[in-house]
Write a protein that binds this ligand. Structure first.
Ligand SMILES: Cc1cc2nc3c(=O)[nH]c(=O)nc-3n(C[C@H](O)[C@H](O)[C@H](O)COP(=O)(O)OP(=O)(O)OC[C@H]3O[C@@H](n4cnc5c(N)ncnc54)[C@H](O)[C@@H]3O)c2cc1C
Length: 401
């Protein structure tokens, strides 16, 4: 049976739900449906922000994003964090901001965000068609979308299929397949906001450990990006939010340098080690960082700087202490790629940003085709930037339908 709609949105995630709400608010008469392949909408949304949903950030700005969608400045000026939190307030969601500018629902539950989106879709009369596996999308006079046993026809089509990240939560690259077939340039997805596989003689000994510090990414000796935060040492990989942010830029054979004593200068660390030599000279060298570093980290620093662990602290020369301070402030790990999409929160790649008009989210190549959210070649840092883009691009597209 063929069903006709004014507009169909493929994908019932953050951008798709918001797009439907915006479209129906703007034009209540619009006959609109969301087609979602999962048995329910917003599955990924429920997992965001560790179940709390970090939905935007006060510091939203173009320099928080990478990708080919280059005209973000004007868009974010008009659709910033204040705009989005006000928009949510009108839908019934109250939010709060933490000390780092991140916004969450006051309930601290991602399910509140999803409920507000779902119930507003229902209130406004947007149809949610879940559990529909799409077989094909084509453009004839109008757009024709086929599942195994249904055909949908619509004048306007919005691709809100997200990216391949987190496939268990609905991540797929089908949106890109549709867009490619409709004539768009696409860059295949690659994992981002994920751990970084790393190589170092000490990584295995640090497995499971967490330390705060500064993580800096270098390419050919040049600094690419640095991020403070908690570093998690995993099996063959570095993780933690600061590493996730570096993963946006990291390439094979780049170097990540960790400063695990970033709260003091190299000089201050050297003098602290000299004092420890006076205090604890009778102990073995693996105790030289007593009161400064966790024992396992200290042992790794000794190993990397080539210091014998069993030597007495009193026997360590000033030169050796200086080398230990240098190593603690610059532990090197060579980037060996990224794990798969299962461990990624987002993806690099998508439809070329230059082919989408940022004022309407309409394709510059195919009239009445719109693209929102992560299906576009744009990826933000951790902190609410990706949901911000998904929500506001959905709102903009909805206003233009
Ligand atoms: C664990 C995790 C935590 C995260 N935490 C945060 C956070 O706190 N803050 C933040 O800003 N970002 C976060 N993100 C990123 C954020 O969730 C995404 O950037 C955002 O959801 C993208 O929105 P979207 O609408 O483009 O795609 P999605 O929200 O992924 O929605 C796409 C929808 O399309 C459906 N779909 C895909 N293909 C088809 C098809 N062929 N037919 C029908 N339906 C289809 C999918 O099932 C899905 O429901 C997190 C991601 C993950 C995985």
């Amino acid at each position: 049976m063929k069903k006709n709609y004014d507009a169909v949105i493929i994908g019932g995630g953050a951008s798709g739900l918001m797009c439907a709400i915006s479209a129906k608010t703007n034009n209540p008469k619009l006959n609109i449906a969301i087609i979602e392949k999962n048995d329910r909408v917003g599955k990924k949304l429920l997992s965001t922000g560790n179940g709390r949903c970090n939905l935007t950030n006060q510091n939203v700005a173009p320099d928080r994003y990478v990708g080919s969608f280059g005209r973000l400045g004007g868009m974010l000026n008009n659709y910033g964090a204040d705009f989005l939190t006000d928009y949510f307030k009108k839908l019934g969601l109250l939010t709060y901001r933490d000390s780092e500018g991140r916004y969450y629902p006051v309930s601290k539950q991602a399910s509140s965000v999803l409920d507000v989106l779902r119930y507003n879709c229902e209130r406004l009369g947007a149809e949610l068609l879940c559990g529909r596996e799409i077989r094909s999308v084509s453009r004839q006079k109008s757009f024709v979308i086929k599942t195994a046993d249904e055909v949908f026809e619509c004048g306007k089509l919005v691709i809100c299929c997200g990216s391949k990240a987190a496939p268990k939560l609905g991540g797929s690259s089908s949106g890109l397949d549709y867009l490619k077939n409709l004539g768009h340039t696409v860059t295949p997805f690659s994992p981002a906001l994920c751990p970084v596989r790393a190589d170092s003689a000490v990584l295995r000994s640090l497995k499971g450990l967490r330390a705060s510090g500064m993580a800096s990414l270098y390419r050919g000796g040049k600094l690419v990006k640095e991020e403070p935060g908690e570093i998690q040492f995993a099996d063959g990989a570095l993780s933690g939010i600061c590493v996730f942010n570096l993963s946006l830029y990291a390439r094979e054979n780049d170097v990540i340098r960790l400063d695990i004593a970033d709260y003091i200068s190299n000089k201050e660390l050297c003098s602290a080690l000299l004092k420890n030599r006076e205090r604890f000279g009778f102990l073995t060298a693996d105790n030289i960082f007593t009161g400064i570093l966790q024992k396992r980290l200290a042992q790794a620093v000794l190993k990397l700087s080539g210091t014998e662990l069993n030597k007495l602290i009193s026997e360590l020369s000033e030169k050796e202490l200086a080398a230990l301070a240098d190593t603690a402030k610059s532990m090197e790990f060579t980037v060996k790629g990224k794990p798969g999409f299962e461990q990624a929160q987002c993806a690099l790649g998508g439809v070329s940003g230059g082919e989408i008009d940022e004022k309407t989210m309409m394709s510059k190549k195919v009239k009445n085709l719109y693209v929102c959210g992560e299906a576009i070649d744009i990826c933000g840092e951790c902190g609410g930037y990706n949901l911000h883009f998904a929500f506001v691009s959905g709102i903009i597209a909805g206003e233009s339908l």
